[in-house]
Ligand binder design. Structure first.
Ligand code: NKO
Length: 211
């Protein structure tokens, strides 16, 4: 049991590494959580730091999720005494959810982090790369059509559930997709309000000041 707790702790720590925050600190000397949308995600890095850093943050945030799910399932597989009813997909799912928690609620940053989009995509990459590619495709098409990142993220969060079911993934993966969609929608409340009001900024644009 201690080993399983260790695996999940590792997933949290991995998720809580904050590339977006460090980009702001190191490159511009700012606390990115006080700028733009206040998120430590790649979109806010693009908005407040720059294009190159945003791409690096995006890739690192993905890698954190992929690392958490792959490492979790691998380490669990190495255990001499597996704990039923947990099997590798469920350990991957739980590691993934915990990595999202680490990303959005990092202990280092008084629990204020990102919106769990890129890290969730990374977890899905660790589960099934074709589903992840499809999800990224849905995001990309939505972004190309509307030029609004948050809308793409929300479309991807719905789409990943459809793709998990359409391709007959393990129940644990479907469950992860549902949990991450709920988490993503929850963390995009301010974005959804602006989308409805028609004031959500296009990619790279500043957040409008409230009247
Ligand atoms: O600052 O509030 P903001 O405008 O920044 O940010 C809104 C944005 C927050 O997300 C990010 C992460 C980087 C965006 C790149 C996303 C690429 C892939 C999208 C996959 C879609 C959803 C995945 C669900 C998987 C379970 O939204």
């Amino acid at each position: 049991l201690a080993a399983v707790v260790g695996i999940f702790l590792l997933a949290y720590l991995l998720g809580s590494i904050p590339p977006g925050y460090l980009a702001g600190r190191w490159l511009k000397g700012i606390d990115i959580r006080e700028e733009g949308s206040g998120s430590t995600g790649a979109t806010n890095v693009l908005r407040t730091v720059g294009k190159g850093p945003a791409l690096v943050v995006f890739l690192l945030d993905i890698l954190k999720g992929t690392g958490a799910v792959m490492l979790g399932a691998y380490l669990y597989d190495q255990l001499a005494t597996p704990l039923p009813p947990l099997d590798a997909p469920w350990v991957g799912c739980i590691s993934g959810v915990i990595a999202l928690l680490g990303h959005s609620k990092p202990v280092w940053l008084s629990f204020r982090g990102g919106k769990s989009v890129a890290t969730a995509l990374g977890v899905v990459f660790g589960m099934n790369w074709l589903v992840a590619l499809g999800t990224f495709g849905i995001f990309g098409i939505t972004l190309a059509l509307f030029r609004i990142v948050s809308l793409g993220s929300l479309a991807g969060a719905i789409g990943v559930n459809a793709l998990m079911w359409a391709t007959g993934q393990p129940l644990a993966y479907k469950f992860f997709a549902l949990m991450s969609a709920l988490s993503i929608f929850w963390r995009h409340q301010a974005n959804i309000q602006r989308l409805v009001a028609g004031t959500e900024p296009k990619i790279g644009q500043p957040i409008p000041q409230k009247a």
